[in-house]
Write a protein that binds this ligand. Structure first.
Ligand code: FEO
Length: 387
């Protein structure tokens, strides 16, 4: 378990969770890392920790650089347990250490751990001198928790961004120029879509604050450290935080006896004929957290469900609940579905879309029982008026 020096005197000492496949409901097909950083200066400082079960891995890495009992400060940028879960064990060793955290961080850590540790609360603009370096803090409330903050070291042009700019990737590589940029970008997009998307306004404020800093490395708390492609990821964060969409479509559906699936492919055909790229997503085949990656930049969100027991299928309801929570904005919604008698599913989907403030230009797109060529042609015509 070797540490990695990412800047002179600053070491990555995190944990690699190779086999994690589910991060509170988000499918992490590539595993993840919990990145903790050790700064060796006159005051030894650890920035964030790791999930509780990865403590030994982090400790081994720290021990290769310094005596862990000599740590003076532990910066807790975020209360969530993937970053603060090892605080109790770390503080049992570094008994004299002070926990540096935001006002909400102190409240959250106290509520969670019920411990009266030595805290120093910091706010935006506050700075902590640790010797040759200063660590300054920027509160990043709701990116993505109320306690979230980032730490910046001007002497090293280093932003320790916690969850922001993160990706769930377990790898031996630590830097963005050591692994394919397509993979890192895909995972950064998935991370944004599933974790950060509701907080575009707050991300915009953080980007504004970061634009005033001289940064040549962004070290997030998950995945690869950005040292080469900073412009690339910042540009994407600006796009995503503004809910800027591409002229693209996603068709998400489930089906009972095949009619709603037939309708889904008619919707796809119309998009294709209009020259709009369209991604097909069957809820029987794809996890909702993967579907969200496509929703992130698609203007058209089309959702289909047959009616079951006077409502939509549970898979579709689960997807819509998840999507609504992540609050994509400025989208066009198209609901469709088949039915035998009641046909309530389409109205329910439309209601959720309206709750998301999507434009829903055409309503009641339904087909009863099994469609023939004429039914499908009529349905196609209606879709053509929407796109
Ligand atoms: Fe990586 Fe919000 O925790």
């Amino acid at each position: 378990m070797l540490p990695l020096e990412i800047k002179k005197g600053i070491y990555w000492v995190g944990g690699i969770d190779w086999h994690l496949r589910n991060f509170h409901g988000y499918i992490t097909q590539r595993g993840t890392t919990y990145n903790a950083y050790l700064i060796v200066d006159e005051k030894i400082t650890l920035v964030d920790t790791v999930k509780h079960y990865m403590f030994d891995e982090m400790l081994e890495r720290i021990s290769k650089v310094v005596d862990p009992s000599k740590i003076d400060y532990i910066v807790s940028n975020h209360v969530e347990m993937d970053h603060s879960g090892s605080l109790p064990k770390m503080l049992a060793i570094a008994k004299g250490a002070t926990v540096i955290t935001s006002p909400n961080g102190e409240k959250g850590l106290k509520r969670h751990f019920k411990k009266d540790w030595k805290f120093k609360v910091v706010n935006t603009g506050d700075s902590l001198n640790i010797g040759k370096r200063n660590i300054s803090f920027v509160l990043a409330q709701m990116v993505h928790w109320p306690d979230s903050m980032v730490s910046y070291i001007p002497e090293d042009k280093l932003l320790l961004s916690n969850d922001g700019f993160g990706q769930h990737i377990a790898s031996s590589e630590r830097f963005d120029d050591e692994l394919g940029l397509d993979i890192i970008t895909e995972e950064a997009a998935k991370y944004y879509a599933n974790i950060v998307l509701p907080y575009g306004m707050q991300v915009g404020k953080l980007l504004e604050a970061a634009s005033k800093l001289d940064i040549d490395m962004i070290a997030p708390s998950h995945g690869l450290v950005w040292r080469k492609n900073l412009g690339h990821i910042i540009k994407l964060y600006k796009k995503w935080s503004g809910n800027a969409c591409d002229n693209k479509a996603v068709v998400i559906y489930d089906t009972m006896w095949g009619t709603t699936e037939k309708m889904a492919f008619v919707v796809k055909k119309v998009f294709e004929e209009k020259g709009i790229p369209c991604q097909m997503e069957s809820l029987q085949k794809k996890h909702i957290s993967d579907i969200m990656t496509h929703i992130l930049s698609a203007k058209y969100i089309s959702v289909g469900s047959p009616t079951l027991n006077n409502g939509m299928l549970p898979t579709v309801a689960a997807f819509l609940t998840y999507m609504k929570g992540l609050a994509p904005k400025n989208r066009v919604g198209i609901a469709f579905g088949s039915y035998g008698w009641g046909g309530q599913a389409v109205g329910e989907i439309e209601k959720v879309m309206e709750g998301c403030k999507f434009q829903v230009p055409q309503k009641g797109l339904k087909i009863q029982y099994v469609p023939d060529e004429k039914d499908l042609a009529e349905f196609k015509k209606k879709i053509e008026t929407v796109i």
